[in-house]
Design a protein around this ligand. Structure first.
Ligand code: FMN
Length: 251
């Protein structure tokens, strides 16, 4: 017990920013299982289609991956807001998508676990890389590292979680990259023992006990509207090593 307290004290010393937290979680998670990536309960899976009333509208696919549903809720919100803007949208778990040929644009989202995108989102990108390279694509991620949404944390998150994907798939040049805080909830989510241990330690580091929700819905809406405007006007810039603005739109 005493040594655990010392460990927490030591970790607190290093918890001034997102990067140490991320590094710590990455190391810890490397010791744990990572093959459990599928929505844990039926409630954690959200698949909707909307915008059928928008005749001749552009069709957007939102393909996402989640375990505990917070990313599914973000995907759903993005989808319904894009439909309200005049698009037709399918929101699907990435591993359930078999064909992306009929879409005019694709938004790909993943929760971050163990320092990485979830396997369903990664395999979706890999499988469809050729088609995605020819389409307007936007990425978004949902993670606890943005518990404190500061420019420094955004930068650390971008470097840790976005740059590796951009480097792995250079032919896919996203028009935008949404960086969103995530959520944890011991009351409603069905965590494994391993996940509980990770989250208890994270809770000590960043200050929550049984639940926290860092999703900033206004920010998510603002991002969605900016991406929607880009796709509507068809005047998007594709990624070529340039900077993103504060909302993850290319400058
Ligand atoms: C076992 C575990 C590992 C996690 N690893 C990370 C991580 O490496 N970096 C991070 O920023 N967040 C991490 N998180 C936090 C999740 O990204 C966050 O809770 C997210 O909202 C979960 O998304 P979901 O509800 O869609 O599954 C982790 C959470 C758990 C339970």
């Amino acid at each position: 017990m005493k040594s655990l307290k010392r460990l927490f004290a030591l970790l607190k010393l290093f918890s001034g920013g997102a990067l140490p937290t991320l590094l710590f979680m990455g190391c810890l998670c490397a010791l744990g299982p990572s093959a459990y990536a599928y929505p844990r309960t039926p409630d954690d899976l959200i698949e909707i289609s909307c915008g059928e009333e928008n005749q001749n509208a552009r069709k957007i696919l939102i393909a996402y991956d989640t375990i505990h549903g917070s990313t599914a809720e973000v995907a759903e919100r993005i989808g319904t807001e894009l439909c309200a803007r005049g698009f037709q949208v399918d929101v699907r778990l990435a591993v359930h998508v078999s064909d992306i040929d009929r879409y005019d644009a694709v938004i790909i989202g993943s929760a971050i676990y163990e320092f990485n995108w979830l396997p369903g989102a990664r395999s979706f990108i890999k499988k469809n890389r050729k088609t995605l390279a020819a389409l307007p694509v936007a990425y978004f991620i949902v993670c606890s590292a943005l518990y404190d949404d500061t420019p420094e944390n955004r930068e650390a998150v971008r470097e840790a979680f976005v740059d590796p994907v951009l480097a792995e798939y250079p032919d896919i040049k996203p028009v935008s990259m949404g960086l969103f805080g995530g959520a944890v909830d011991f009351n409603t989510n069905q965590y494994t023992f391993f996940e509980k241990v990770v989250l208890k330690i994270l809770g000590k580091l960043i200050g929550f006990t049984d639940h926290a929700d860092w999703r900033d819905w206004e920010y998510i809406s603002a991002w969605t509207h900016e991406v929607g405007a880009l796709l509507q006007e068809g005047e998007y810039v594709m990624y070529e090593n340039q900077e993103w603005n504060v909302r993850g739109i290319l400058k």
